[in-house]
Design a protein around this ligand. Structure first.
Ligand code: SF4
Ligand code: SF4
Length: 131
């Protein structure tokens, strides 16, 4: 059962990722201080459970790097980890500027992102046995 839920979460991530990137691709390249820090790239126990259920080999962030250093997975073209392989917190973070742009540029696109985020949240609670 857990593997079915985990597959469903991955499917929603695959749908969500281009929806978020339609905004971040316009806003983030102009950013003077990208939010991706090494400490955000480190998995939590719940992330590891999800990824292991999918049979993913865990490749965690290098803990020899300082927590406030630029995340080792950040490239000039954004995060090198597919979204479903990122820590959960990475997908939930939207800075104020990005949120403003999302709401102003496409209210429908923004609502779709919120709906898909909530779907992942619900499924994740099921996976963790919290629902
Ligand atoms: S989400 Fe905000 S803070 Fe992070 S890189 Fe994009 S614009 Fe910068
Ligand atoms: S989105 Fe990617 S680059 Fe940014 S903190 Fe998360 S793992 Fe690192």
């Amino acid at each position: 059962m857990k593997d079915i839920i985990a597959q469903e979460i991955k499917k929603v991530y695959d749908e969500l990722s281009p929806a978020i990137e339609s905004f971040t691709s316009r806003v983030c390249p102009e950013c003077s201080e990208p939010c991706c820090r090494q400490r955000f790239g480190i998995y939590e126990r719940e992330d590891i459970l999800f990824l292991k259920t999918l049979g993913y080999e865990i490749n965690d962030a290098d803990d020899r790097l300082g927590p406030e250093e630029r995340c080792q997975f950040l490239s000039n073209r954004g995060c090198t980890r597919p979204r479903w392989q990122r820590p959960y917190r990475c997908t939930w973070f939207f800075c104020a500027g990005l949120l403003e742009a999302m709401e102003a540029d496409s209210p429908a696109g923004y609502r779709r992102v919120v709906d898909l985020l909530n779907k992942i949240k619900q499924l994740r609670m099921e996976l963790l046995g919290l629902k």
